[in-house]
Design a protein around this ligand. Structure first.
Ligand SMILES: Nc1nc2c(c(=O)[nH]1)N[C@H]1C(S)=C(S)[C@@H](COP(=O)(O)O)O[C@H]1N2
Ligand SMILES: [Mo]
Length: 253
């Protein structure tokens, strides 16, 4: 009996599944019944799971008493270029974030302007691919607020972050799609653990994209560009580590 019901459920799922998939993956994955069938058992397809995972779900948030006593810094700890050092020496008073690419209104925002935008505070866990994690508190405007002000044009599919630090003469960069760009926990943080963001953690501004692994969280963000394709940027894989060592572009956790 159980088996029959399961078979029937599967057959029904198959029929509805095809059209529902065409209608929009997220809705299919949000249905608990579909999730159970698609994501359980030995034959679970990881690629499919990734494609159907609810991209709008929130990352867990934590209480202040759960914050890590030490939050290590990783990758670049100081860009240490002449340009960056000059900006840091005046506490980024003349630094500006450029927002461009496929937008209706390119923006050039000072730190004071960014700090005046309504901000979100979130205590989240950072997971680095190298095998450590830390819980920290981040504060800054939602990336979506800034993108809405710039007006992302219809052809845009990704948002690219260009950073101040150089690796063999090339800027660290990262990219996310528009679902993550407009996710409520995707913020441009200018404060961490209740203090102004330090140089080791990406001053003056760093991305927090909480549903993904650490290397996606671009520090030292200088430019944000809406683009249609990632093919012409760097080596075309959407990020510094993706280009270098084949890390996944979508590093969902
Ligand atoms: N610009 C830039 N962003 C970066 C990196 C970097 O080297 N340069 N390293 C990444 C990696 S691998 C991790 S784990 C986090 C570390 O952030 P933290 O220094 O605040 O811990 O930053 C990410 N963003
Ligand atoms: Mo990392």
């Amino acid at each position: 009996m159980t088996r029959l019901i399961t078979r029937r459920a599967l057959v029904t799922t198959g029929a509805i599944g095809a059209s529902a998939l065409l209608a929009g993956c997220d809705r299919v994955a949000e249905n608990p019944g579909f999730r159970k069938i698609l994501f359980s058992g030995e034959k679970m397809n990881l690629g499919l799971q990734r494609a159907l995972t609810n991209r709008h779900a929130l990352a867990p948030e934590f209480r202040p008493d759960q914050m890590s006593p030490v939050f290590r810094s990783n990758g670049t700890r100081n860009p240490n270029t002449p340009d960056y050092n000059a900006m840091a020496a005046e506490r980024f008073a003349h630094w500006k974030l450029q927002v461009g690419g496929l937008v209706a209104r390119p923006l050039s925002l000072s730190l004071a302007q960014i700090r005046a935008i309504p901000a979100r505070t979130q205590i989240t866990r950072h997971d680095c691919v190298e095998g450590w994690s830390a819980i920290g508190k981040w504060h800054g405007p939602m990336l979506g607020t800034i993108l809405k002000a710039a007006g992302v044009r219809p052809g845009a599919r990704y948002v690219v972050f260009t950073c101040a630090d150089l690796f063999h003469g090339h800027n660290y960069y990262e990219s996310i799609d528009l679902i993550d760009a407009f996710h409520p926990q995707t913020i441009l943080a200018w404060a961490m653990n209740g203090a102004v963001l330090g140089i080791d953690h990406g001053a003056p501004l760093r991305l927090r994209v909480e549903r993904q692994l650490g290397y996606k969280h671009a520090k030292y963000v200088m430019r944000i560009d809406a683009v249609e394709s990632l093919a012409e940027i760097g080596r075309g894989k959407g990020g510094y580590w993706e280009d270098q060592v084949d890390y996944d572009w979508y590093a969902g956790i």
